[in-house]
Structures are given as structure tokens and as C-alpha cells.
Design a protein around this ligand. Structure first.
Ligand SMILES: *[C@@H]1O[C@H](CO)[C@@H](O)[C@H](O)[C@H]1NC(C)=O
Ligand SMILES: *[C@@H]1O[C@H](CO)[C@@H](O)[C@H](O)[C@H]1NC(C)=O
Ligand SMILES: *[C@@H]1O[C@H](CO)[C@@H](O)[C@H](O)[C@H]1NC(C)=O
Length: 193
């Protein structure tokens, strides 16, 4: 409950405790993607091979798109990736940059992989997400409540074909009507409110 109230529409997630950046260090978005890479234990097609700590920014990495120096899309669908979702991914949240533009992750597609475990509560920090597809994995635990507080969702919220269990939180009834919500093929009880 607390997590949701902290990531309301007017709040920009949380303040990024940025590391001291120098010209040679990988930026914070890159570091948070490296946390995802570390959480992937099996990458049979070497999809994350180009994700290197020695780069300055992740914008040239496969499956990564940037705008204004920030990561805006991560597309890693159908790559047989095995692993889990690390809470550090929330550091891709919306932030105001030096010229006052608010940028952050807009689209995250990890569908058709072999990801397991729960969705970290911290995903609620990704307040700029418009499109989230985690479908066709082995994710479990309760449906993440924090996702229901995303205010920019306008595309797909696809959590289908996983192993989520428990009640569908009533907060999911507050999602904008423009969102295609797909929760099929889980172990959920109750109805979409
Ligand atoms: C996944 O990739 C395989 C080949 O790599 C392809 O045959 C299959 O159609 C793809 N599935 C989806 C859902 O994209
Ligand atoms: C997921 O992993 C299991 C083994 O752990 C494997 O048998 C299965 O083919 C994998 N599925 C995909 C979609 O990679
Ligand atoms: C959600 O993903 C599943 C497969 O992972 C797909 O069959 C379904 O069409 C998707 N739903 C939406 C609303 O895009």
C-alpha cells in the first residue's frame, strides 16, 4: 500500500542517488541495465553480448533505444532468457534532465522468455512507462500493485501467460481505459475490477 502512495502521478518515482559521474564511467541507465544483465543467468543467443561496462552509455546496446541520452525502450522478446527481474531496473525511471525535459523508460518488452520469480515492487518507480509486456514467462507471486499507479500507461499492460497468483487487486480497475490489460493464463482469482 505504501509503495503505491509513494509513486503517485505527481511524484517522479524517487530521487536517483547518482554516482559521481566522470567522462569514462557508464551512466546510470547503463548501470541499471547491467543489473538486469547480471540477473539473466542463461542467454543462449548471446543477446546481451553487446552490453558492456566499458561503454559510456547503453544507447548502442542491442535491444536498447534512447532519446535525449536516456533509455526509453528495452525490447528483449523471445530470446529464451532465463533469470529474474532485479529491483535496480526501477532506476530507469522518469527524471528531469539538465534542460528540463522529463525522460525515462517508455516501453519494456521482455515477453516470450524464461524469466521467473516475482516482479519487484520497485518497478513502480517506472512512472513513465506507456507499454509493458512481461507476457509468456514464468513470473510468479502476486500481481504487482505498484503497476496500477502508472499514469502514463496507454498501450499494452500484458502480464498474461505467467504464474501470477492471488486476487486481482482492485487498483487494476483504475487503469486508464486506453490500456489493453491482458491477465489471461495465470493463477489469479477474482475478476478484473
Ligand atoms: C520466437 O522465435 C522463434 C525462432 O527464433 C520463432 O520461430 C517464433 O515464431 C518466435 N515466437 C514469437 C512469439 O515471436
Ligand atoms: C525454459 O527453460 C526450460 C528449462 O529450464 C526449457 O526446457 C524451456 O525450453 C525453456 N523455454 C524457453 C521458452 O526458452
Ligand atoms: C499478450 O501476450 C500474449 C502472448 O504472450 C498474446 O497472445 C496476447 O495477444 C497479448 N495481449 C495483448 C492485449 O496484446
Amino acid at each position: 500500500m505504501l509503495a503505491v502512495s509513494l509513486v503517485g502521478c505527481s511524484a517522479w518515482g524517487f530521487i536517483l542517488l547518482s554516482s559521481v559521474s566522470s567522462a569514462t564511467a557508464l551512466n546510470d541507465d547503463g548501470l541499471s541495465l547491467l543489473a538486469l544483465k547480471s540477473a539473466i543467468s542463461v542467454d543462449p543467443t548471446r543477446a546481451l553480448h553487446s552490453w558492456l561496462e566499458s561503454d559510456h552509455e547503453p544507447c548502442g546496446w542491442s535491444g536498447v533505444a534512447c532519446r535525449g541520452g536516456r533509455v526509453t525502450a528495452v525490447s528483449l522478446s523471445n530470446l529464451s532468457l532465463e533469470g529474474y527481474l532485479p529491483s535496480e531496473m526501477s532506476l530507469l525511471s522518469a527524471l528531469e534532465n539538465s534542460i528540463g525535459l522529463i525522460t525515462g523508460l517508455i516501453a519494456l518488452d521482455l515477453s516470450y522468455n524464461n524469466l521467473s520469480g516475482p516482479v519487484p515492487v520497485a518497478i513502480g518507480g517506472l512512472t513513465s512507462l506507456v507499454h509493458l509486456d512481461l507476457s509468456s514467462n514464468y513470473l510468479d507471486g502476486p500481481l504487482p500493485l505498484s503497476i496500477a499507479a502508472f499514469c502514463n500507461l496507454a498501450g499494452v499492460l500484458n502480464l498474461s501467460y505467467n504464474a501470477f497468483s492471488g486476487e486481482i487487486p482492485p487498483e487494476y480497475g483504475n487503469l486508464p481505459v486506453v490500456v489493453s490489460l491482458d491477465l489471461r493464463h495465470n493463477r489469479l482469482t477474482g475478476e478484473i475490477p
